[in-house]
Design a protein around this ligand. Structure first.
Ligand SMILES: [Fe+2]
Length: 378
């Protein structure tokens, strides 16, 4: 439990000195806005029940009392009384500037090729289904490293959708709820041939991009066809170290991504490297097949191509790549905003058949957060 050592207030601010020596300075308006009593806050869903316009701009603290674990404040001019749990005040103190962000690069462990791991993150699917600790570790691997391999997933068509049901929801697209990656006559996408595929992220032409991709191996008796993955956030951070100018161009210049066939026409205007408001890398869109003809000003076209080539060359560095062959029953679950995937060419003798599907990061992070808080309570 967090203990209050001393407490004082001026009109517009409450000051708490904590037993560990840290200090919280909390504005009256902020405290009133965050009243935790049922009149202002629904503790079943964590949602606020009042609007900012319900609170006078001139709100001040009129009086404060405290018990061992509670702080009670009476505000003026509306004479509203709020009660706060000391732990809540400590956890939510904004002096520490603890902006919540689980997507940006600073929340991740960036990795450089297979040497970053003694063993690639993996879990047994039966354990994943019935043991919350296994599921938590597997989903944490996706949050931290961007991927996990599930072993012993039943080798039957459609299993990929069952896997998603354990942590989130299927993101259906024009490819359907799931898609088969195997050699096809007249394919509508190069993925459905036996050609090698360079490192890419899927579907940059969608808004939002599907945050998660799953690839489940049903058969892989062909020669070749190894899967290669790499950390796009690491590659983008290398670009930033090697050329701030090229990094700025790719993170500040929006380009069009497009997919078009007889029944579908998708466009998105976005940057190849996306930063969040904290200036951290949060999404990489890299897919040579899906970049529409560039429409940049004449003066910046060559510089953009230089930056684009620089990033592409970084992606070609083999020391950044983890290469492995997916065997029947193995499923690769990865963050499609971060992890590039590629495929080596495979022989037309033998068969290679993967089933893929998309999901969203929100569902995975929500499940992970619930699993973490359950683990913390037990
Ligand atoms: Fe792909």
């Amino acid at each position: 439990m967090t203990t209050i050592a001393s407490l004082s207030f001026a009109d517009d601010q409450l000051t708490i000195i904590w037993a560990n020596g840290s200090e919280s300075r909390l504005a009256a308006l902020w405290l009133r806005d965050n009243c935790q009593l049922p009149c202002c806050f629904n503790d079943q869903n964590g949602q606020r029940l009042i609007n900012i316009t319900d609170i006078p701009q001139s709100t001040i603290i009129a009086s404060v009392t405290r018990s061992a674990a509670k702080v009670t404040i009476r505000f003026a001019p509306d004479n509203h009384i709020s009660e706060f749990d000391a732990n809540w005040l400590f956890d939510n103190c904004y002096c520490q500037n603890k902006a919540f962000d689980d997507r940006g690069e600073k929340s991740k462990t960036l990795w450089m090729g297979p040497s970053a791991f003694t063993k690639l993150p993996n879990a047994d699917y039966s354990d994943f289904c019935c043991r919350s600790a296994t599921q938590r570790h597997a989903l944490q691997a996706v949050a931290e490293y961007g991927f996990v391999i599930l072993n012993n997933v039943p080798v039957k068509p459609g299993s990929v959708l069952d896997v998603i049901s354990h942590f989130g929801f299927v993101r259906e697209t024009n490819y359907g709820k799931l898609f088969d990656v195997q050699t096809e006559i007249n394919p509508n996408n190069l993925a459905f041939t036996n050609l090698g595929l360079g490192g890419h992220l899927d579907n940059p032409y969608r808004n939002p991009v599907p945050g998660l991709q799953l690839l489940h191996c049903l058969e892989n008796s062909a020669q070749g066809g190894e899967t290669i993955i790499q950390d796009g956030f690491m590659a983008a951070s290398i670009l930033r170290d090697e050329s701030a100018q090229n990094f700025n161009l790719l993170s500040k210049t929006a380009i069009n991504f497009r997919f078009q066939n007889k029944s579908t026409d998708l466009h998105t205007l976005a940057t190849m490297i996306e930063l969040n408001v904290l200036n951290q890398i949060v999404t990489v869109r890299f897919n040579n097949r899906s970049i529409a003809p560039l429409t940049l000003p004449e003066t910046s076209m060559l510089a953009y191509y230089t930056a684009y080539r620089h990033l592409a060359k970084i992606f070609e560095r083999t020391d950044l790549q983890a290469c492995f062959k997916l065997n029947p029953g193995q499923l690769l679950l990865f963050d499609n905003t971060r992890i590039l995937h590629a495929r080596k060419a495979f022989s037309s003798a033998g068969r290679r058949h993967l089933q893929g599907a998309y999901s969203d990061l929100d569902g995975l992070y929500s499940t992970l957060n619930i699993l973490k808080s359950s683990a913390n309570k037990s």
